[in-house]
Ligand binder design. Sequence first.
Ligand code: PMT
Length: 319
Amino acid sequence: MSCISGLGEDEVNSFFESSPPLKNMEEIVQKLNAFIHLLNSSAGGRRRRRIVCVTSGGTTVPLEQRCVRYIDNFSSGNRGAASTENFVKAGYAVIFLFRRGTCQPYSRSLPDDPFLDCFQFPDNTNIQVNASHVEAVKMAVMDQQAAVAEARLLKLPFTTIYEYLQMLRLIATALKDVGPCSMFYLAAAVSDFYVPWKSMTEHKIESGSGPLDIRLAQVPKMLSFLRTYWAPKAFCISFKLETDSKILIEKATKALRKYKVHAVVANELSTRKEEVVVVSSSGNVVVRCDSEKPESIVEDNLIRLIVDRHSTYIKEFST
Ligand code: PMT
């Protein structure tokens, strides 16, 4: 790998070298390859199928190797799950790289608390869905099964920042040959600081010895690496989350220039379900849900816009 100054190559290499290896790496690689193979063969002589890696949920930073305590990044996974459903609807195959326990595609309309209230046992051999939830459960099961059976959805879970970044790199490497038909849609909330594995205590930190001082190292920004080395031909959408709306667009614009992604989706924490701004070199577009349609969500219009932009990118790439 050649060196581009300013990308923090040493930091990235040392991050990966010092990370605990993925426990199920072979299984992940095998699932990825099988998914991509199926995608290519199902395309047959037709137009090449598009594929998007949607990242979703927050990464954790363990404080102990045998982890009891950790630092978390907020994300319910709703954005990633809703976006995945819309990408599948638009004909994409989706690799859904998600935080364990966060919101899943096709499950958004199911009650999560208490989920078991959906069901009842009229006798010992039958399970029934309560009438009030029949439609939601039926749609969730049918849509999810169809997406998996038609090779439109592959779900890969992560928990820690170590797992997330290693898996993102594996996916990018596996998708390299798909070129401009591939997309990265990076909605996960990724840790900016972490405790390097080698300097982390093995056992649970003792609580009897007064206040705790922890020095966190900076997680190298992987966006530059993704764009420059891992998937240089892929269409790349990153996200910017702020709690102060006054600095949101400025920060998103800076990220667009710095990481040379194709667009940055800017959102403010408290209004993220109603409105986002797509910041790109062709200007800023405010995207909202349709006020006349009560069931409309912001991702319906957001994914429509992103898919349009991706189509233009593929056309420009091939001319
Ligand atoms: O899940 P929900 O509750 O529905 O909420 C959705 C959301 C608010 C989490 C989502 O819309 C969102 O904004 N996600 C990105 C939040 C975030 O982590 O922003 P950031 O400023 O920390 O990172 C910006 C970009 O840099 C991200 O695309 C991230 O993938 C990338 N990054 C971050 C850290 C790092 N070390 N390397 C990176 O490449």
